[in-house]
Design a protein around this ligand. Structure first.
Ligand code: HEM
Length: 410
């Protein structure tokens, strides 16, 4: 997340976290440092049409709520947009917004397709694709790291995993971008809604086809798998495909883009990467530093006391990963980008029962990018300011013009 020379409202009550514009026009690191210090359990005032909600910014509190699916539920939404509406249309059907035994059963069904053993060939594909795209880009020298490179990697990984025809993938990236993180304030809620419906319709048709002709992809596993001897419902199949395509694409793209920007802004870390830093350790630091999923949320099922405040049953509680990952109480010098950082208990993938199903894949994308940069690239130059996504959920970029020079033996 690039430091921005922008101001924070002096009064924390005036910061509107429902407005995507807040995240483009504020020094976010400084803003969260103030919330952690002054209002770790903050009651965000009501905004037009939306009720008040709780904002948790400390690592320990975020972790505790993620872990506690007895007193906090995901079933009435797990991001601000749906939580404030009071419901998620995929509730009880899509993994991320289902709790209890049904969550466990669907998660187990899907987990089989996400184990490192099953994913071994997919990992190989990620490395091959990253290397090839970087080689192509190096031929050109100057290019847009988002649109020319990063956009083409995770969608193809998840595309392979789900058996999505290659010709459809570009369209899906386009719909994804419109659905959760609008590219600018000019795109309205209606476009977002339309894009979401396009994705659902698309998977409905593809699932029907897979039921007739199953393959060994995740979509076939969902379309033909049994829970307690019964197939999943049409809604369960389609909503879980939707969640995979969104989860699988955007966050991974954004962490790779954020990695390049961070390396350009920290030449000593770029040097460390090219010398001897451990790739797994470096990958974790990139995930902490970029934290693409800024928040998730829950609804309280019962009254809960936290730091002297009472979160009442029914209240919306938001968990800010982008603050927790920079909490001074959980990380030594959190404002330092340190590829050798250990321990590194970041919450970029959440925590507890809903811990990211695709964490292994997300890590694979970042480490493949770091490995390719380390061996092939000699110099990174940012040519123009990056353009950030217009979102209060995903932090990332829509454009990052760069010039990369080839390493002497790259
Ligand atoms: C859940 C982040 C990549 C699929 C989550 C959660 C976070 C997260 C924070 C927890 C949500 C909650 O507690 O409500 C990320 C980041 C990624 C990434 C930062 C990349 C860097 C992926 C990939 C996939 C994926 C590659 C799939 C291919 C999912 C699914 C869930 C989830 C299905 C719901 C799990 C459940 O509710 O049991 N992700 N994710 N994610 N993620 Fe990811």
């Amino acid at each position: 997340m690039a430091a921005q020379a922008m101001s924070i409202a002096p009064d924390l009550d005036r910061i509107d976290l429902t407005d995507p514009g807040t995240f483009a026009g504020t020094d976010l690191r400084a803003m969260w440092a103030r919330f952690r210090a002054e209002r770790p359990v903050h009651l965000h005032p009501a905004t037009a049409g939306a009720p008040p909600f709780w904002v948790l910014s400390r690592h320990a509190d975020v972790l505790a709520v993620y872990r506690d699916n007895k007193r906090f539920t995901s079933e009435r939404g797990n991001v601000l947009a749906t939580l404030l509406q009071g419901q998620d249309s995929a509730s009880g059907k899509m993994l991320a917004v289902t709790d209890g035994p049904r969550h466990r059963d669907i998660r187990n069904l899907m987990l089989k397709s996400f184990s490192p053993r099953v994913l071994a060939p997919v990992v190989e594909g990620v490395r091959r694709r990253t290397d090839a795209l970087l080689d192509e880009a190096l031929e050109r020298g100057s290019f847009d790291f988002v649109t020319d490179l990063a956009d083409h990697i995770p969608i193809n990984t998840i595309g392979d995993l789900m058996g999505i025809p290659e010709k459809d993938r570009e369209q899906l990236v386009h719909w994804n971008t419109q659905t959760l993180s609008r590219t600018s304030s000019e795109h309205g809620a209606e476009e977002e809604w339309l894009a979401r419906n396009e994705i659902l319709l698309y998977f409905s048709a593809l699932a029907a086809e897979r039921r007739r002709h199953p393959g060994d992809d995740v979509l076939s596993a969902l379309a033909t798998g049994l829970v307690d001897g019964r197939p999943l419902s049409e809604d369960e199949i389609v909503f879980n495909c939707y969640s995979l395509i969104l989860g699988g694409d955007e966050s991974s793209r954004m962490s790779s883009v954020g990695a390049v920007l961070a390396l350009a802004e920290h030449p000593e870390q770029w040097q460390a990467l090219r010398e001897d830093v451990d790739l797994e350790t470096a990958t974790e630091e990139v995930l902490r530093w970029t934290t693409p999923a800024m928040h998730f949320g829950r609804r309280a099922l019962t009254d809960v006391e936290l730091r002297g405040r009472t979160i009442a049953a029914g209240d919306v509680v938001t968990l800010w990963n982008s603050s927790a990952n920079f909490d001074e109480d959980a990380f030594v010098e959190p404002e330092r980008f340190d590829l050798a950082r250990t321990p590194n208990k970041h919450v970029a993938f959440g925590h507890g029962p809903h811990f990211c199903l695709g964490a292994f894949l997300g890590r694979t994308h970042v480490s493949a990018m770091l490995a390719a940069l380390r061996t092939k690239v000699g110099s990174i130059e940012i040519l123009d300011d990056p353009e950030t996504l217009y979102s209060n959920f995903v932090y990332g970029y829509t454009s990052l013009p760069v010039r990369l020079g080839r390493a002497p033996r790259g």
